[in-house]
Design a protein around this ligand. Structure first.
Ligand SMILES: Nc1nc2c(ncn2[C@@H]2O[C@H](COP(=O)(O)OP(=O)(O)OP(=O)(O)O)[C@@H](O)[C@H]2O)c(=O)[nH]1
Ligand SMILES: [Mg+2]
Length: 194
């Protein structure tokens, strides 16, 4: 849930990058972190990473400017994609205002994508978050690799709720900002409607 602080005139949103292990969640955050000027970002914190795998979460706060006199911040989190960190994923998802679902486009990762998507739906249900109305963007990552499914196929197999989607090559930054712009816009629009 967006948190409003009237005394400090601040609004804080939480956006969670979810998806299967090694899909490119951390890479998205790293690219955003490298590209944004220091005055608009806080420190990126990667908690307990081991050989590049996220073991708890990554966290990156960004400042988006002002809405009606309130300083607006988004807090970006990534979950650990490896299967046995399910409890951490659940914890990190709590209170999310929006979700970016990172799909690994490689053919041999299709089942992992589908399972992770199913798990996301289950977790959201447990938190009484309605996926139909929750801002969400799907990102088809690793489009530079050769053995990948077509976007058409992935839309059918993974993006069951037909959320807005983007192709990406996160290691090169392709599609990273398109994704974050749309999720931020949807989160703010939903907040303004309420
Ligand atoms: N070829 C290619 N490799 C990518 C791309 N995006 C990420 N990678 C690589 O994929 C690997 C995993 O990326 P991460 O960002 O660590 O994946 P993650 O989703 O955070 O993984 P977990 O923390 O284990 O859940 C790294 O070696 C990245 O360099 C891409 O667009 N293309
Ligand atoms: Mg990671």
């Amino acid at each position: 849930m967006a948190s409003l602080n009237y005394a400090l005139r601040e609004i804080n949103f939480k956006i969670v990058y979810y998806g299967p292990g090694l899909g490119g969640k951390t890479t998205n955050l790293e690219y955003i972190y490298q590209s944004i000027s220091p005055s608009y970002k806080g420190k990126m914190i990667s908690l307990m990473t081991d050989k590049e795998r996220t073991l708890f979460f990554d966290f990156l706060p960004l400042e988006l400017g002002e809405i009606k006199g309130f300083t607006t911040r988004v807090h970006l989190y990534t979950v650990p994609g490896q299967e046995y960190y399910e409890a951490s994923r659940k914890l990190i998802l709590k209170g999310a205002d929006g979700v970016v679902f990172i799909v690994d486009s490689q053919k041999d990762r299709l089942n992992e994508n589908i399972n992770s998507y199913k798990e996301l739906l289950l977790r959201l249900k447990e938190y009484n978050l309605e996926f139909d109305t929750l801002p969400c963007v799907v990102q088809y990552n690793k489009r530079d690799l050769s053995d990948i499914h077509s976007v058409f196929h992935l839309e059918e197999m993974v993006n069951l709720h037909k959320k807005p989607s983007f192709e990406a090559i996160a290691i090169k930054g392709v599609g990273v900002f398109a994704t974050i712009k749309v999720i931020c816009k949807s989160v703010i629009e939903k907040f303004e409607l309420n």
